[in-house]
Write a protein that binds this ligand. Structure first.
Ligand code: HEM
Length: 316
């Protein structure tokens, strides 16, 4: 078991990695929102060199690859720390670490495939989903490293149920958003609340169907996000702040989605809309963990109800 300064460093490293990967996702979203995805037509080099010409689109795309390499080093260092720990309670984290390494490897290959296949919408969508899963894995490591056996603040069945349903519905929504973006269907429903001339997606084609489903699935999702603070107030008061933040972001997200359409896909709007979407995911995953979801991620032998929020940090 490693203690003291080393532990503080692990906690710090885990949160820095979470923040950095969010920044990387934000940057990747800028690359696609500005249409810079093919600014480097080759991979892994860019225009056959490590120092490509400093054009704005090339800086964005090459910057994304450089940030991804730094994120890879941070993630591997963090996983190495987890593996070094002799604390028995880190066994589930070690399993998660192995998965993260595999996902990281797949993600790098997908990044390259995305470029070499000329930005295939399906590969770009899978690239985003894997990024979201890696981001969640890192949040789990950071939460476990920070709070250890006390990571469950409130073992609230109500909040767990809403958070899990929200995560499933949200990953569908993120995938739908990515399909809309990468297929160029952002203005297939160019009005709101009407799709085109009528509320329903007429004429019905892949573009109107996806855009219509994404927007109204997003509005329906508000039901879960508004319910969450109400459930937290009664059964998980220390998660109330996070769930209120989430509800506010979700309402802002719907408004940003509408603004994205009304501004004809203005770069700032579409980039902010996607970035808020990733933040919503991160906060919801955090709430799910701290309300007692995903038992397999921590030591199941601990009775969390008798020690809510009082455990020691896991010494990774
Ligand atoms: C909670 C609700 C919502 C969430 C979480 C969400 C999430 C997302 C995400 C993550 C993307 C981009 C995916 C990527 O990075 O490739 C996206 C794209 C998009 N969303 Fe949403 N969305 C929501 C609601 C809405 C609503 C209500 C509308 C419209 C009224 C909307 C319109 C769009 C459009 C037009 C795009 C494509 C923009 C582009 O081409 O860059 N969204 N959404």
């Amino acid at each position: 078991m490693v203690k003291g300064r080393h532990m503080k460093r692990s906690v710090l490293l885990s949160w820095i990695t979470v923040g950095f990967v969010y920044f990387l996702m934000f940057w990747g979203n800028l690359v696609s929102a500005t249409g810079s995805g093919l600014a480097c037509p080759d991979w892994p080099l860019c225009h056959g060199t490590v120092l490509p010409p400093p054009r704005p689109d090339i800086i964005l795309e090459w910057g994304h690859r450089t940030l991804a390499a730094i994120a890879g080093v941070l993630i591997l260092t963090l996983i190495f720390q987890v593996f070094k720990s002799k604390d028995a309670s880190t066994a589930p984290l070690k399993r998660a670490g192995r998965w993260l390494i595999i996902l990281l490897f797949v993600q790098v290959l997908l990044g390259g495939t995305t470029v070499l296949l000329g930005l295939s919408p399906i590969v770009s969508t899978i690239h985003l989903i894997i990024a979201t899963v890696v981001f969640s894995g890192l949040i789990a490591v950071a939460v476990a490293a920070t709070w250890g056996k006390g990571l469950v603040l409130h073992n609230s069945f109500k909040v767990q149920r809403l958070a899990k349903a929200g995560l499933i519905a949200l990953i569908v929504q993120v995938a739908l958003g990515a399909m809309v973006r990468h297929n160029g269907f952002g203005l297939s429903c160019s009005r709101f609340p009407n799709c085109l001339e009528s509320f329903l997606p007429i004429p019905l084609n892949p573009g109107t169907a996806l855009a219509f489903t994404h927007r109204w699935w997003g509005v329906l999702l508000l039901g879960i996000f508004i319910h969450l603070p109400l459930a937290a107030r009664k059964t998980a008061p220390r998660l109330r702040g996070a769930s209120i933040t989430l509800a506010i972001l979700a309402v802002a997200q719907v408004l940003l989605g509408i603004a994205t359409v009304h501004t004809g896909l203005h770069t700032h709007m579409r980039a902010t809309h996607a970035a808020v979407g990733y933040a919503i995911w991160g906060i919801l995953f955090f709430i799910a963990l701290r309300s007692g979801s995903f038992r397999f991620l921590w030591d199941a032998s601990v009775d969390h109800r008798s020690h809510p929020g009082k455990g020691k940090a896991v010494h990774v």
